[in-house]
Design a protein around this ligand. Structure first.
Ligand SMILES: NC(=O)c1ccc[n+]([C@@H]2O[C@H](COP(=O)([O-])OP(=O)(O)OC[C@H]3O[C@@H](n4cnc5c(N)ncnc54)[C@H](OP(=O)(O)O)[C@@H]3O)[C@@H](O)[C@H]2O)c1
Length: 276
């Protein structure tokens, strides 16, 4: 479990939903995998209004029906909607699609044209109305984080959801130390590198062999290794879901981490924040 600022402890390993809800014929299957995940303790579910134009939120609605209280539900407002009034409207539409009255965490998906103070005013009103419990951001670099924290009530920001996996480590140079210094966990998205080249890494395979595990499990254990990061892999496959949940049992040793560092180098200098 990971402690969020001004809030409760949330599960370190959650479930992503990008690409869910794109095909009606698969929705029931996708919802069933999310339900299995909830049973296995992956009770943090991450979605967004833009995923499948609301379709992913509808899949999540099917998954959480009758068990809303078991889930820590995260959704996101798209930057073009993130004026004070637009944030409230977008949240209300998400709540309707999700079939719930409250979001546990509502994030600004990435910085856009609306000033942060406007979006924050929308978030605060939503909290006052009981429609969200916490707010946070996504794809914010250290400069944008400093701007948020400089606003009145800005320090209530619960998390910053960013791209983070062994082939995308730029955040380790500045954003992670900044977040640690402000006692704010980050949420790692695409922790499996979207299931592509990363999972064919020889270093991950070598470490996986030592643990009798899979490269995907090692990638997830790596993302969780500091005890202060939430990781939200996505799968719509029940076998992979069980596999991913197994990552919680794996503790990487200093030797394992050295093998991964040698092949997937930590950043030596500041890099622009990578995002998808
Ligand atoms: N804030 C943002 O801007 C942002 C951006 C990107 C993502 N996100 C969030 O983060 C979540 C995760 O990121 P992501 O979906 O981009 O990528 P990811 O979780 O790194 O990878 C998902 C891909 O990996 C496959 N996969 C899952 N488990 C696997 C396993 N054990 N072995 C092999 N392949 C596996 C999945 O396919 P199957 O489904 O077929 O298993 C899917 O194609 C998203 O779903 C979304 O909720 C947020």
């Amino acid at each position: 479990m990971i402690q969020i600022p001004h809030g409760q402890a949330v599960p370190a390993l959650g479930q992503g939903t990008w690409k869910m809800g794109e095909r009606a014929a698969r929705a029931a299957e996708e919802a069933a995998v999310l339900r299995l995940g909830i049973e296995l303790g992956l009770t943090l579910i991450d979605t967004a209004e833009i995923y499948a134009s609301g379709g992913a939120e509808r899949v999540v609605a099917q998954a959480i029906a009758g068990q809303r209280e078991k889930v820590f539900l995260v959704s996101k407002v798209a930057p073009q909607n993130a004026s004070a009034a637009g944030t409230i409207r977008a949240c209300e539409a998400s709540l309707r699609r999700l079939g719930t009255e409250v979001l546990d965490l509502y994030l600004l998906h990435w910085p856009g044209a609306h000033p942060f103070r406007e979006t924050l005013a929308g978030f605060e009103k939503l909290i006052a109305q009981g429609k969200i419990r916490h707010w946070g951001v996504s794809n914010f670099d250290p400069q944008a984080m400093r701007e948020i924290f400089a606003l009145p009530a800005g320090t209530a920001c619960a998390t910053n959801q960013v791209l983070y996996h062994p082939d995308a480590r730029g955040v380790e140079f500045d954003l992670l130390p900044w977040s640690r210094a402000h006692a704010m966990p980050i949420m790692a998205y695409s922790p499996l590198g979207q299931g592509g080249r990363l999972l064919r890494s020889r270093a991950l395979a070598q470490v996986a062999e030592r643990h009798n595990a899979t490269p995907a499990q090692i990638a997830l254990a790596w993302s969780l290794r500091d005890g202060n990061t939430i990781s939200i892999p996505k799968t719509a496959n029940p076998e992979r879901l069980r596999e991913n949940a197994g990552a919680l049992e794996i503790r990487l040793s200093a030797e394992d981490l050295a093998v991964i560092d040698a092949a997937h180098k930590p950043p030596a200098r500041k890099q622009a924040l990578e995002m998808l």
